[in-house]
Design a protein around this ligand. Sequence first.
Ligand code: SF4
Length: 103
Amino acid sequence: MPAVAVPRPVAAVPRMRQTWDLELNWQSEAGCRGSDANLFFSPTHLESKEERAVREIAAKAICGDCAVRKPCLEFALMTRETHGIWGGMNELERRHAVRAAVS
Ligand code: SF4
């Protein structure tokens, strides 16, 4: 999967951004539309480390071919999305990206 430069909207948005005025038309081109949402979000039952790794690899492969990966990731970073794979990054990776952007 090609590297994506992490956008730096975070410094200008120190707290979670509300979504009411954000442009969301990119979602109509989402590569994950019609995909199994269970690939992108943790199940409600306990998931082993191996199961999680397999699930996330499959989700990130879809993100890797997605035409709107950049706005998807920007949205997730701006809104501090706390669950799921967005823009090819999981929750922990996004948290690290936000932390790196503000430091
Ligand atoms: S980058 Fe991934 S999560 Fe975001 S719209 Fe594309 S396929 Fe869906």
